[in-house]
Write a protein that binds this ligand. Structure first.
Ligand code: ZN
Length: 75
């Protein structure tokens, strides 16, 4: 993969990764007295994982935690 802006604009480091979103299923259990309560565990639904984009640009992060956006470049 390639991006048009493949260096952090703040510190010049290469991207450590892309920002991703993943859905999770917060497990429930029956609560005393009826209803439900959280079990304290979340199953990650990895099939839902997607790169965060903003106006068609991927969101990238460097190892220093800086965030920027770039469109992909042809390989
Ligand atoms: Zn940086």
């Amino acid at each position: 993969m390639r991006w048009v802006h493949d260096k952090c604009p703040e510190c010049g480091e290469p991207p450590k990764g892309t920002l991703e979103v993943v859905q999770g299923l917060a497990l429930l259990q029956p609560a005393e007295g009826g209803g439900f309560e959280y079990k304290g565990e979340t199953e990650m639904l990895w099939a839902s994982q997607k790169t965060v984009t903003c106006r068609g640009r991927d969101v990238l992060l460097c190892e220093n935690g800086h965030e920027w956006q770039s469109i992909r470049a042809p390989d």
